[in-house]
Design a protein around this ligand. Structure first.
Ligand code: E4P
Length: 219
């Protein structure tokens, strides 16, 4: 399973990279706006820092506008993935871009049929948003199970990025369902490593180690 980090904050990206856990990055307009920095400056810095796929989102709503933006962004690096919203205009853009060899990530996916359409259009990735479904009383992870089954049924190569992750349980369930990728906020990445029994265990081992005689002889 691959882990992407869901952020446009270069410091978070660098810290997560140092942990050796990050295979790629997803951004969106909200995440870019949180940095307070110009989009292109942020995008270039992320692309230089991360060797894996980096999703950059278009903001046009019409097919031609999306394609024009995508072609410009694709020039920034070989690892650019163009994030396209799940609309009929977006699907047309995905079809055109995939024919040109430009990688796409269909975003804002909330139903299995939307994911089926994205795969049929030739999307490289599809991003179902589990947290936002949970927020309105739906079961976000059911969507992932359905997409995994549909893609398996027909052998689609589109990779599933579980998005809008809020907590470690989302990552666990994504892994159990066999999703290809989870895109995870930095806060949740740090939570994945934590367990109170690990902390207590380390504390006890160190307390006991202090009682061992002649430790200096080892080092
Ligand atoms: C995915 O690519 C999106 O950037 C992201 O996961 C959205 O998450 P949110 O619902 O927490 O905004």
């Amino acid at each position: 399973m691959k882990f992407f980090i869901d952020t446009a904050d270069i410091n978070e990206i660098k810290q997560a990279m140092e942990m050796g856990l990050i295979d790629g990055v997803t951004t969106n307009p909200t995440l870019v706006s949180k940095t307070g920095r110009p989009f292109l400056e942020v995008a270039k810095e992320i692309l230089e820092t991360v060797p894996g796929p980096v999703s950059l989102e278009v903001v046009s709503l019409d097919t031609q506008g999306m394609v024009d933006e995508a072609r410009q962004l694709a020039k920034l690096g070989d690892n650019v993935v163009i994030k396209i919203p799940m609309t009929t205009e977006g699907l047309r853009a995905v079809k055109i871009l995939s024919a040109e060899g430009i990688k796409t990530n269909v975003t804002l996916v909330f139903s299995p049929l939307q994911a089926l359409l994205a795969a049929k259009a030739g999307a490289t990735y599809v991003s179902p948003f589990v947290g936002r479904l949970d927020d309105i009383g739906h079961e976000g992870m059911e969507l992932i199970a359905q997409i995994v089954q549909i893609y398996d049924n027909y052998g689609f190569e589109t990779e599933i990025i579980v998005a809008s992750i809020r907590h470690p349980q989302h990552v666990l369930q994504a892994a159990l369902l066999g999703a290809d990728i989870a895109t995870i906020p930095f806060k949740v990445i740090k939570q994945l490593a934590k367990h109170p029994l690990t902390d207590i265990g380390i504390e006890r081992f160190l307390e006991d180690w202090a009682k061992v005689p002649d430790k200096d002889q080892i080092f």
